[in-house]
Design a protein around this ligand. Structure first.
Ligand code: MG
Length: 383
């Protein structure tokens, strides 16, 4: 039986790499749903290549172009995020790949979990903004979240060797991003173009900027809290510039289990899609002798204040991480347009936490309200 795959956000970095894995294993997977925000040309090409039963273009104004191009194909074309939410939970879908960017992925992910689907989640903002709601929805409806984020996939893989032993702590590795060795003054003047040059990973623009500020690592701490039910004190971040160890789990006897691979997002994607099996994805192998050594250092919280902001949001809990995420989305979009400077991203996050209308146990409505209100404040600050 082929696994039937729905990809929320098929034209982005994770979406295209997911399709690359599927392309190599057409005998194991069938694509039943593809969706994009506005990349119509690529979406159409993907629909034709994979003969997707359903295709959703979220930007409704682009529906005619997609429907036109696919009218003689086997694909049914839909428009808008509401359609996406409906289809994400439909019968016949085995795995939903959550590859949308930012808060926009929350509703479709929840729809899939409500329908009891397995969600291969790359869209970490969904857990950052609404971790309690998302994990509760999964629990109550038999939904399962499999991590696609490389660090969390690594932890998941390490935990397979843990048995019933409690986890003492986990170590999330961070590449340190393009500014790891830069002085604060030079980082302050860095442009988005410079921040987009990630040394190890080929990723989308949003997560690449988040990597440069280390907000990405902070969000991954929050993501780890929800995926593995760990308090912030048990989640350590260590900078590891080679990006070969993708994360580690430490036990009470002092033993540490690590997962290693060359940095290639197809590896965690394939692991989630084929779990518990492993697939040949044409990955290059590690050459340890050629590597020579692996290095580690503590993150510099002075040059990368966003990491501490995320820990602070997690310790406060409630809707604080949601507010930080909302502020960060607005700030990163502005930074990408060269409207603000690098450290303004952290400042906007700080303001969002300082001015937060705190809710200890946010409902989904509270999450949407916090997201909206914080985005408005952030826009105001940028103006
Ligand atoms: Mg990651």
């Amino acid at each position: 039986m082929k696994r039937k795959i729905a990809i929320l956000g098929s034209t982005g970095s994770i979406g295209t790499q997911t399709l690359d894995v599927i392309r190599r294993h057409r005998d194991r997977f069938e694509v039943v749903l593809l969706s994009a925000r506005n990349s119509t040309d690529l979406l159409i090409r993907q629909a034709l290549e994979f003969d997707a039963a359903h295709v959703v273009i979220c930007d409704e104004s682009r529906y005619p172009a997609v429907a036109d191009a696919l009218q003689h194909s086997g694909s049914k074309v839909w428009a808008g995020v509401d359609s996406l939410c409906e289809l994400a939970g439909m019968d016949g879908v085995d795995i939903v790949v959550g590859a949308m960017v930012g808060f926009s992925g929350l509703r479709p992910t929840l729809a899939a979990l409500r329908a009891g689907k397995v969600v291969a989640l790359a869209n970490k903002e969904t857990l950052v903004a609404a971790g309690s709601v998302v994990t509760r929805t999964a629990r109550e409806n038999g939904g399962v979240i499999l991590p696609v984020d490389s660090e969390h996939s690594a932890i998941f893989q390490c935990l397979l060797a843990a048995g019933d032993n409690p986890v003492e702590r986990i170590h999330l590795t961070a590449s340190g991003g393009p500014f790891r060795t830069w002085e604060r003054k030079r980082i302050a003047a860095a442009t988005a173009a410079q921040a987009l040059k990630h040394p190890n990973w080929d990723m989308g623009a949003k997560v690449t900027i988040d990597s440069a500020t280390m907000m990405n690592k902070g969000f991954e701490v929050i993501e780890a809290k929800w995926l593995f039910d760990l308090d912030p004190e048990r989640i350590n971040v260590v900078v590891h510039p080679e990006s070969v160890i993708h994360s580690m789990v430490e036990f009470q006897d002092g033993a540490v289990i690590a997962q290693l691979a060359r940095p290639d997002m197809r590896e965690p994607i394939a692991f989630a899609l084929a779990f518990p099996e492993r697939l040949d994805i044409g990955a290059r192998r590690l050459d340890f002798a050629a590597l020579g050594g692996l290095s580690f250092e503590a993150p510099d919280r002075n040059r990368f204040p966003c990491l501490e902001l995320a820990y602070e949001a997690l310790r406060r809990g409630g809707n604080a991480p949601c507010a930080l995420n909302a502020a960060n989305e607005v700030a990163v979009a502005a930074y990408l347009k060269d409207l603000i400077s690098f450290y303004d991203i952290a400042k906007i996050g700080e303001r969002a936490l300082a001015g937060l209308d705190f809710v200890a146990n946010p409902s989904l409505d509270d999450i949407f309200a916090t997201n909206r209100a914080t985005a408005e404040i952030a826009h105001g600050y940028i103006d």
